[in-house]
Design a protein around this ligand. Structure first.
Ligand SMILES: *Cc1c(COP(=O)(O)O)cnc(C)c1O
Length: 336
């Protein structure tokens, strides 16, 4: 009653933004000088904003699925940037970054949502290069040491169990300095994509233009729930319990197997499970859907006979165990 319908420049909404910013700072244990910045448009809009305001001349991208390839495509198309250095690996694996004197930013993806591959994050390169991480499906569910990174950005509709439409970015002092420098140069930056404008507004617990208040509300509650339950470690462990159930189950079945061959690269927030040809995943997903278990479909462009399962911290591990029993039941019925 106090939030919906009020202006985002009024205290109730500003307090909500403040809770989100302070909550993210605690959850990720931010080093001194790191700031929580937010704006409208989600991670996809942040790719455009980062291309304009965080990458100076040339970036390096690790490409190992749909989302990581989209950011590489954005910087390739940007007329004011040189074509990026792209390091690619097969879907179901991840490449590693390579220190290069010819780039000013390394663009990594914490969790490639399209394939169910997660990668550990470490600083790469020198002081004057930025490490920028798309953490949309990983933030809040995978471990992270923020001092290794300069930008850790995400949308709130995955591990943070909120709605979409917003981007959040944890920025290091070096990243903030980079933004100020590029935006003071003669590169034209549209205001809605200006990270400098977003930083100025965020410092006042506002967004440049009107945000979806329900998104902020759900996000604040999820962050505070994580903090009450024990913080990031607790959330990470909860997804790990769910992942142990799913991967253990898939390895035990003659008709299923984890898609990601290397156990160390298997995501604990998004699991991909291949089925043998005689068990059509599309049919299994359709039957599950008819029975109220939705969105077990594989990523469409991957084109595999596969189930893809969200194991975000909001999901009860016991529900994941029930899901495996439900899939067993459907597969037995189909084979019978
Ligand atoms: C979902 C997702 C995105 C896109 O997020 P939007 O909020 O739809 O822009 C980007 N990157 C990754 C890794 C994602 O999982």
């Amino acid at each position: 009653m106090r939030l919906l319908g009020t202006s985002h420049r009024q205290p109730p909404v500003k307090k909500l933004v403040q809770r989100v910013r302070e909550g993210i700072s605690s959850l990720f244990d931010l080093p001194a000088g790191y700031e929580v910045v937010l704006g409208n448009g989600g991670a996809t809009a942040f790719w455009d904003a980062a291309s304009l305001t965080l990458i100076e001349r040339r970036s390096q991208h690790l490409v190992f699925g749909e989302f990581s390839s989209k950011f590489a495509a954005t910087t390739t198309e940007a007329p004011f940037l040189e074509d990026p250095e792209v390091i690619q690996s097969e879907p179901g694996t991840h490449p590693l970054p390579r220190a290069s004197s010819d780039v000013d930013a390394y663009c990594l993806t914490h969790n490639e949502t399209s394939t169910g591959v997660a990668m550990p994050l470490q600083r790469v390169g020198s002081q004057d290069q930025l490490v920028l991480v798309d953490a949309t499906s990983g933030a809040g569910g995978l471990p992270v040491t923020m001092s290794d990174l300069d930008g850790y950005y995400f949308s709130p509709q995955k591990c943070f169990a909120s709605e979409g439409g917003l981007w959040l970015a944890v920025l290091s002092p070096a990243a903030i300095e980079r933004v100020q420098r590029i935006e003071a140069s003669d590169r034209w930056v549209p205001t809605s994509l200006s990270v400098r404008t977003a930083i100025e507004n965020s410092r006042q617990n506002q967004t440049y233009n009107t945000p979806a208040v329900a998104t902020l509300f759900l996000l604040a509650h999820q962050i505070e729930w994580f903090l009450e339950m024990g913080g990031l470690n607790w959330a990470v462990e909860r997804s790990r319990s769910s992942a142990a159930i799913i991967y253990g189950w898939a390895e035990d079945r003659s008709w299923a197997s984890p898609f990601v061959a290397n156990p160390e690269q298997r995501s604990s927030v998004v699991a991909t499970v291949d089925l043998i040809d005689s068990v059509p995943a599309k049919e299994v997903s359709a039957i599950l859907r008819e029975n109220g278990i939705v969105d077990t479909d594989s990523y469409r462009k991957l084109g595999r006979n596969q189930l893809r399962l969200g194991l975000f911290p909001a999901v009860e591990p016991e529900d994941v165990a029930q899901l495996t029993r439900s899939i067993d039941w459907v597969v037995e019925a189909l084979s019978g």
